[in-house]
Design a protein around this ligand. Structure first.
Ligand code: URA
Length: 479
């Protein structure tokens, strides 16, 4: 019998090296005992015989990819299974393409569960901000179904590149320090920080996206297995929401529907069908818009963004501010204009005597389009197709809020509002009346002001911007 001891449960390199040597030495799977133990122990308890003649081989990329996933499964059979597959591939090089083979099928099922575990981790990890840290630092506790903590972490790095975070699991801690992803030993739940306001945020968010008319506890628990509930702040509200669902559904059924405009129906008919926003499934409230935006799949931008960012502000605001798309900070927080451009916008609004609280603030495109440059996520302008796909949400926000004046910040917003490609310079000062009677005030985007290098030019441009905001506010009061 040959004992092979790997350094850890997920020591793929160790498995690969050992499996290669075993196979080259002609050692059959039934005489190999795979173990996981202390790293300092030798890989092989017994010396291996010399490789047999002509034993050189190479495993296909497809098999190595499969093995890289399968090793993350918790099954104690996975190491044997993988070596058996590798061994059999000597005589059956295309073995892993035979889906009906019991070994191939077992590996495929393990891979499926591992991928599901990664997906669940992306969906259910909830970070809490650590108090008293100089840099923003977040910690989450999670108990993954398989040993996927490290494999799932890249996804969080892409979304939280500029922050520091740790994900603690019972078997391993994964830590991003802004530069590198490192691991530590597993911890227990008591190391996770106490509840803070982030948890309340999650509860409110979950309650707001919960649609009682769609309540199906069986499906709900299938997607959000109860074993994950204990680490989810929003889980506290689920039983209450289920209890209230019937009453809330009745109220929704009895309430007078807000008829969609003909334009909204026409636009809906043109849009590709998309999860959470079926054709004809026209949102009747801003909460439904917000829920739809969060899960929107109308274009591909959701893939690289943390979340869709809906508008916010009074449901019956007479003024609407439309930006281009969320930036890095907005993408993480899920709220529009809270980063540097938002700070400049706030100060200009204050100077114009136009309180931000009077505006419904939103964006033409609801997901953050960006590219990775090192660890920075750099803004990329949305294209015409992405603006068009997202107009479904902007038009619904306009239909529900019914603002008298819409301020378009920059060319993207102006194009989305006016329905044609426009240059800010040409449209500025025209105050066009739109089909629904609202007045469009086109002005520059605050990010444009942030980029002007010359101080005097910047100050003059800022004054013009304040003037535009003041005009918009006065118009809303006058009409
Ligand atoms: N820029 C925008 O256009 N919108 C935001 O929400 C933030 C920055």
């Amino acid at each position: 019998m040959f004992d092979v001891t790997l350094a850890s449960e997920t020591d793929f390199e160790g498995w690969r090296t050992a499996a290669r040597r075993l196979r080259m030495a002609g050692i059959a799977p039934d005489v190999v005992d795979w173990r996981v133990g202390v790293a300092s122990r030798s890989l092989f308890a017994e010396p291996l015989p010399q490789p047999t003649l002509g034993a050189a081989f190479s495993a296909s990329r497809a098999f190595l990819d499969l093995a890289g996933d399968v090793i993350l499964h918790r099954s104690g059979r996975r190491l044997d299974l993988l070596y058996r597959l590798l061994w059999r591939m000597k005589d059956e090089p295309r073995l892993i393409e035979i889906a009906s083979d019991p070994d191939v099928r077992a590996a495929a099922l393990m891979r499926k569960s591992v991928r599901e575990a990664i997906h669940k981790m992306h969906a259910f990890v909830r970070f809490r901000r650590l108090e008293g840290e100089d840099e923003e630092t977040f910690v989450a506790w999670f108990e993954p179904a398989h040993r996927v903590a490290f494999a799932a972490a890249d996804w969080f790095v892409r979304r939280m590149t500029n922050l520091k975070f740790s994900i603690l699991t019972p078997e391993v801690g994964v830590h991003w320090n802004g530069t590198a992803l490192v691991s530590s030993v597993g911890l227990n739940r008591s190391h996770a920080p106490p509840e803070d306001e982030l948890e309340n945020y999650w509860r409110t968010y979950y309650a707001s996206i919960f649609n009682p008319a769609r309540l199906n506890p069986a499906v709900m628990t299938q997607h959000m297995a109860q074993k994950y509930w204990r680490n989810l702040p929003e889980a506290d509200v689920i039983p209450q929401l289920i209890r209230q669902a019937r009453g809330r559904t009745d109220m929704m059924v009895q309430a007078d529907p807000t008829p969609p405009t003909r334009r909204a129906i026409r636009i809906a008919a043109r849009q590709p069908n998309a999860a959470g926003s079926d054709v004809g499934d026209i949102p009747q409230t801003l909460a439904q818009v917000a829920a739809g935006v969060k899960h929107c799949r109308r274009c591909h931008l959701w893939r690289d963004a943390t979340q869709g960012v809906p508008g916010e502000g009074p449901a019956r605001a007479t003024l609407m501010l439309v930006g281009e798309q969320p930036g890095d900070r907005e993408d993480l927080a899920g709220r529009p204009f809270i980063g540097p451009a938002g700070a400049l916008l706030n100060s200009a609004l204050a100077q114009a005597g136009a309180p931000r609280e009077d505006f419904y603030v939103t964006n033409a495109v609801k997901h953050f389009k960006h590219e990775l440059r090192g660890k920075r996520r750099l803004h990329r302008a949305p294209n015409a197709g992405e603006i068009q796909a997202c107009r479904w949400w902007l038009d619904n926000e306009r239909r529900l809020v019914r603002p008298k004046v819409i301020v378009a910040l920059g060319a993207t917003a102006a194009s989305a509002i006016l329905g044609r490609t426009v240059s800010v310079l040409k449209a500025r000062g025209k105050n066009e009346i739109l089909a629904d009677g609202a007045i469009a005030v086109v002005t520059v985007h605050p990010s444009y002001l942030l980029r002007i290098p010359d101080a005097a030019t910047k100050a003059a441009a800022y004054d013009d911007f304040v003037r535009d905001l003041r005009t918009a506010y006065a118009l809303a009061k006058a009409v």
